[in-house]
Design a protein around this ligand. Structure first.
Ligand SMILES: [Zn+2]
Ligand SMILES: [Zn+2]
Ligand SMILES: [Zn+2]
Ligand SMILES: [Zn+2]
Ligand SMILES: [Zn+2]
Length: 390
């Protein structure tokens, strides 16, 4: 498990006023592990502004040191060994948790004899590595995987859009599912992920930092561009799906997704769509106006609070028109707003909109003529028409 041993605290998101990559790339300092750093404008408690650079991935000031846990990841294998693993007898194929890589054949097994091994890997494990690899955990973020219902919805979206190329940014389980559920001929999937362990298992997988659009291995960008160019047909649709870690900075993420969308458009796709999983309260501020919020709750298989879609605060944001989305579970079509609205988001005739972002449903206050959160219906400051809590 590549746990980071770096003890420097990350910069607080709340203090960040502006962030982005320096316009002149050669002038920007770079982290040796994660590529160009972000330039931040920070505001301290006294209201003073300072500029500084931080690693875009860890959000720590300065570069990550080669001693930190992430460095061991750089020695991780860089080529897909899936075919080799499938051709190796099952008793001679294992995964070494110490080395973070496959151990295939008797000599590699002997080299890892004193290490902790997952022995006798069956074929279904090799084809679905996110099921058995221990999720990466760092101080900032942990690796979470979409639940089966959320994966099923995203695959329905891929089919409904007649998507020919799917770019999975930081969502390995969607890539895994798309490879086998949709089939390689109609839709091809590519994984861009900072988890360097995955390249061994997927032929179409590139090491990538979604917070500065940096490919972390030499030649990665060229491989991505030639993968895009291999699309078939002139009426092709490309969908880019990103699942950023919780607490990740959404402004540089959006810049990165725009960059990927520009590359896909340059490759000749007639339509390029972008979809992001983010909490409704963050996305409203950081992802608009480029993406709109859908009443589609996404859940995670290995997250205690976000396991169930009915309570999850994570939503799908995208620039896919509502009319082209498959109906998300638990929604019905609101013909006034022309959108799929959740059952907890009833249309308010007085406001003329579906006004609830998160359950329970808002209630309309006749006196100040607006919808307020149900728990504030009796306590909000009605006369001024402005409730501090709302
Ligand atoms: Zn770094
Ligand atoms: Zn080992
Ligand atoms: Zn409505
Ligand atoms: Zn209302
Ligand atoms: Zn009121």
């Amino acid at each position: 498990l590549m746990r980071s041993r770096d003890r420097r605290p990350a910069l607080q998101v709340a203090s960040i006023q502006q962030c982005g990559l320096d316009a002149a790339e050669e002038a920007a300092p770079a982290c040796p592990l994660h590529g160009p750093m972000l330039a931040l404008v920070l505001r301290d408690g006294a209201g003073r502004f300072t500029r500084r650079h931080c690693c875009s991935f860890t959000r720590r000031p300065g570069a990550c040191s080669a001693k930190s846990g992430a460095a061991s990841a750089l020695s991780a294998p860089n080529c897909c060994r899936l075919d080799e693993a499938l051709a190796t007898p099952r008793r001679l194929r294992a995964y070494c948790l110490n080395c973070g890589r496959l151990a295939l054949g008797s000599s590699e097994l002997a080299a890892c004899a004193t290490h902790q091994l997952l022995p006798r890997l069956p074929k279904r494990r090799l084809l679905a590595p996110t099921v058995f690899l221990p999720p990466l955990t760092t101080r900032q973020s942990s690796q979470y995987f979409f639940s089966p219902p959320s994966l099923a919805y995203l695959l329905r979206l891929v089919r409904r859009l007649r998507c020919r190329q799917l770019v999975c940014v930081g969502c390995p389980r969607l890539h895994e599912a798309a490879r086998y559920a949709i089939g390689g001929r109609r839709c091809r999937s590519l994984l861009l992920d900072a988890d360097l362990r995955l390249a061994e298992f997927f032929p179409d997988c590139l090491a990538f930092n979604m917070f500065n659009a940096a490919f972390l291995r030499p030649g990665g960008r060229d491989r991505f561009v030639s993968w895009l160019a291999a699309k078939r047909g002139s009426d092709s649709v490309c969908l880019i799906v990103a699942d950023p870690p919780f607490g990740g900075l959404l402004t540089p993420l959006m810049d990165c997704l725009q960059h990927l969308a520009d590359l896909a458009a340059a490759a000749g796709h007639c339509e390029v769509f972008t979809a992001v999983a983010a909490p409704y309260y963050l996305g409203k501020r950081w992802l608009r106006p480029r993406l709109s919020l859908h009443d589609c709750q996404l859940s995670y298989a290995n997250h205690a609070k976000l396991r169930s879609a009915s309570v999850s605060a994570v939503r799908l944001f995208s620039n896919v028109p509502e009319s082209r989305l498959p109906p998300p579970p638990g929604t019905s079509w609101c013909s006034v707003c022309a959108r799929h609205s959740a059952h907890w988001n009833p249309h308010c005739a007085a406001c003329g909109t579906c006004a609830t972002l998160h359950p329970p449903a808002r209630l309309h206050c006749q006196r100040c003529n607006r919808c307020v959160k149900a728990k504030y219906i009796d306590s909000h400051d009605c006369r001024s028409g402005l409730s501090a809590k709302n």
